[in-house]
Write a protein that binds this ligand. Structure first.
Ligand code: 6MZ
Length: 372
């Protein structure tokens, strides 16, 4: 049987102009960047780094087969990656490579997030870490990579109040001195940390104009915590897997998200591999799409979960039987959810309008004269 011309396929998803709003830099590291590190390590014959790279490779092999893992496994893998990305040179290199890879997947606007780290043995401080990310972004600009990139420093839930305060102060400082730092992310292993204590810091950041992307309800049993975080309120929600009653959440949480119209960053493969959802069909994207709620398809950690944004769009389309027009609407709708400001939104809308014509999508619901 011939495939229907209007069926969503990988090529269509690759051609689609896309916005990526939930990408952790170190979780996005690709096998080719790891390979570069391996080559460097071979020359320095550092055994422990070599072993760590092998362990990351073993994880990738399981994930490539789409074998379901655990959240603990994911967080162990981040720790392994941190062990090999331990100086500012490596941070700039990963940032540069990650941007280039998103750009070649058709991402026109990218918000990267990353947790500033200190590493005394390599002279790295949180400030130098952010500088290294900025350098990676600037090098991409100099090389003419055609993707607008913004940055959100991350607070890890396990940070002390003092450390989290340092991240907020740095984020505010960089927001004032560059146009790249547009917000703040709260992430980290959801099993740990007292987010209640972080709320005044997050509110301070928001009051000073930083947008907040907050991971919440990644697993069941955190309704009270979600209630507290939604009270801030965040400008976008990361995952929100278990906000709705059918997934162990509460109706009042859903009502708050709907009332405040807070977009949700949806990361299908991440939730499947990490075991947060049972199957693609049970992913909460469907629940929120049925409500016409703003949902943005994202990768989370394209390296750790062996995916890319086009594949995530395809997975959503295959799972929920979305038409080319539905998929287009999702990518276009993501523009409304960026933290980069109204001027950039206008610029992106112009790009989307041009790409729509190139893709042969005419009037709404019509592709090359065929009704979808
Ligand atoms: C919560 C996550 C995450 O910051 O070193 N991170 N936090 N849930 C997730 N879902 C799977 N995926 C990644 O990138 C890695 C860090 O991002 C956060 C974790 O804190 C992880 O250590 P960076 O660039």
């Amino acid at each position: 049987m011939m495939a229907s011309p209007s069926k969503v396929d990988l090529e269509y998803c690759q051609q689609l102009p896309k916005v990526e709003l939930h990408a952790h830099i170190n979780g996005s590291i690709s096998p080719s960047t790891l390979q570069k590190l391996a080559v460097k390590t071979n020359s320095s014959s550092d055994k422990s780094v070599k072993e760590t790279l092998n362990e990351i490779h073993r994880w990738r092999t399981l994930v490539e087969k789409r074998e379901r893992q655990t959240m603990n496994g994911c967080f162990q893998t981040f720790k392994l990656i941190h062990r090999v990305i331990k100086d500012v040179k490596a941070v700039s290199m990963v940032t540069y490579d990650v941007i280039k890879e998103f750009a070649s997947d058709g991402v026109k606007y990218l918000e990267l997030r990353s947790t500033p780290r200190d590493d005394a043995t390599n002279g790295m401080t949180k400030r130098l870490y952010i500088d290294a990310v900025m350098k990676g972004i600037e090098l991409c600009e100099l090389d003419g990579i055609d993707t607008i990139v913004k940055f959100l420093p991350s607070i890890d839930r396990r940070m002390s109040l003092e450390e989290a305060g340092e991240v907020v102060s740095l984020a505010l400082e960089y927001q004032a001195s560059t146009d790249k730092c547009v917000g703040l992310d709260l992430s980290g292993d959801p099993q740990f940390g007292d987010v209640k204590a972080l709320v005044p810091l997050l509110q301070r950041a928001r009051n000073h104009g930083l947008k907040l992307a907050i991971h919440t309800a990644e697993h069941q049993g955190c309704n009270e915590e979600s209630r507290i975080l939604l009270g801030i309120p965040p400008d976008r929600i990361g995952h929100g897997t278990c906000l709705h009653p059918e997934a162990g959440g509460d109706q009042d949480l859903v009502d708050t998200v709907v009332r405040s119209n807070i977009p949700i960053e949806m990361c299908l493969t991440s939730n499947l591999i990490g075991g947060a959802v049972e199957s693609p069909a049970s992913h909460h994207l469907k629940y929120w799409m049925n409500k016409n709620h703003p949902c943005v398809i994202c990768t989370d950690d394209k390296g750790v979960f062996s995916t890319n944004l086009s594949e995530e769009y395809l997975l959503a389309a295959d799972t929920f039987n979305l038409s080319r027009h539905d998929v287009w609407d999702m990518s276009e709708g993501a523009v409304d959810c960026i933290f980069g400001g109204e001027t950039i939104k206008g610029l992106l809308r112009t790009i989307w309008a041009k790409e729509k014509i190139k893709l042969g999508l005419g009037e709404a619901g019509v592709l090359n004269g065929e009704s979808l």
